[in-house]
Design a protein around this ligand. Structure first.
Ligand SMILES: CC(=O)N[C@H]1[C@@H](O[C@@H]2[C@H](O)[C@H](O)[C@@H](O)[C@H](O)[C@H]2O)O[C@H](CO)[C@@H](O)[C@@H]1O
Ligand SMILES: [Zn+2]
Length: 295
């Protein structure tokens, strides 16, 4: 691709914090190696809980300023990862955090859960056709743990990849481009069990320890097609997660969300290749996202 970086990675996430939790080490690794890493976040996380007592006044049911605050948290996290291209789908505040599945906020008119998928996807088509990523990362169809914004981010990302490749679709949004590889965030059960064993053995001081089912996207090991060992970037991932201070508390190689349940931080991050050709031999895992793709 003329004048574009040789490697181009696009991540599509629902809230500020998901990118660091799921892919922080991967993002830091590829950014450090000179790839263009582009993050599109679909909402500002306006409906989140807030951990630090001194910031609870920001919540939606009080001053409703959490979204603006999380824009700054996200910018700080991107600085820790060395990522310079991060955007909000349709512009900051276009789609609002829908709250957890079943919450009254799901029914707000501007909730991302109520977005027209094709209209939202058109915003992402423009990004895909300009960045022209070889790799797109998003959630699985169940949105990792069933959060409506994660499910919707999956739907919008997959629809945008389809439309971006369609020559007859909105040429005002750029020249058609077919994304070679699309991955879903996953965590193999064996890695989760090892991580929790490490957490329990550490005696780390958390109010509780999460259950394997609390970890988004846990699947049988055989479902995982790709792993990215970015352990060299463990400190960057922890610092990025720590930057999301309203949502995450980091203690060494472990963290909690606002539910105060300890979980391990993964620095090998795992994926399922949902679209495209694996760059590994048959039956083998890929050890990188760009395996087998042209520049
Ligand atoms: C990681 C993630 O997707 N966080 C979302 C999620 O936050 C959770 C939610 O507040 C839940 O009630 C808590 O028990 C849990 O600890 C939180 O992680 O949902 C929020 C509201 O949609 C969202 O803002 C946050 O980014
Ligand atoms: Zn989320």
């Amino acid at each position: 691709m003329k004048d574009l970086p040789a490697r181009r990675l696009l991540l599509v996430h629902a809230h500020p914090d998901d990118e660091s939790i799921n892919n922080g080490a991967t993002m830091a690794k590829y950014a450090a190696e000179g790839a263009q890493v582009t993050l599109v976040t679909c909402t500002l996380g306006e409906e989140g809980e807030v951990i630090p007592p001194e910031l609870v006044h920001l919540t939606a049911d009080k001053e409703d300023r959490l979204g603006a605050h999380r824009i700054e948290e996200l910018a700080a996290a991107m600085r820790e990862l060395g990522v310079t291209d991060h955007r909000f789908l349709g512009g900051a505040g276009r789609y609002r955090d829908s709250g957890m599945m079943g919450a009254p906020q799901n029914h707000r008119e501007n909730a991302f859960w109520n977005a027209d998928v094709d209209e939202a996807a058109a915003h992402l088509v423009e990004v895909i056709r300009s960045v022209r990523p070889q790799v797109v990362i998003t959630y699985d169809p169940q949105g990792s743990y069933g959060h409506p914004d994660h499910i919707q981010a999956h739907r919008v990302a997959l629809r945008a990849a389809e439309l971006a490749a369609e020559p007859a679709f909105r040429r005002d949004l750029g020249d058609p481009y077919a994304v070679p590889k699309i991955y879903w965030n996953r965590v193999p059960r064996s890695a989760v069990e090892e991580g929790f064993a490490r957490l329990r053995a550490s005696g780390a001081d958390f109010p509780g320890i999460a259950d394997v089912s609390d970890v988004p996207g846990v699947v049988d090991d055989v479902t995982v097609t790709t792993e990215v060992d970015a352990t060299a970037y463990a400190a960057a991932k922890a610092a990025a997660m720590r930057a999301h201070a309203t949502q995450i508390v980091v203690k060494g190689p472990f963290f909690t969300l606002s539910n105060q349940l300890g979980q391990p931080i993964f620095t090998t991050e795992y994926y399922e290749l949902a679209h495209g050709e694996s760059g590994a031999a048959a039956g083998e895992r890929e050890h990188g996202l760009f395996a087998g793709v042209a520049s």
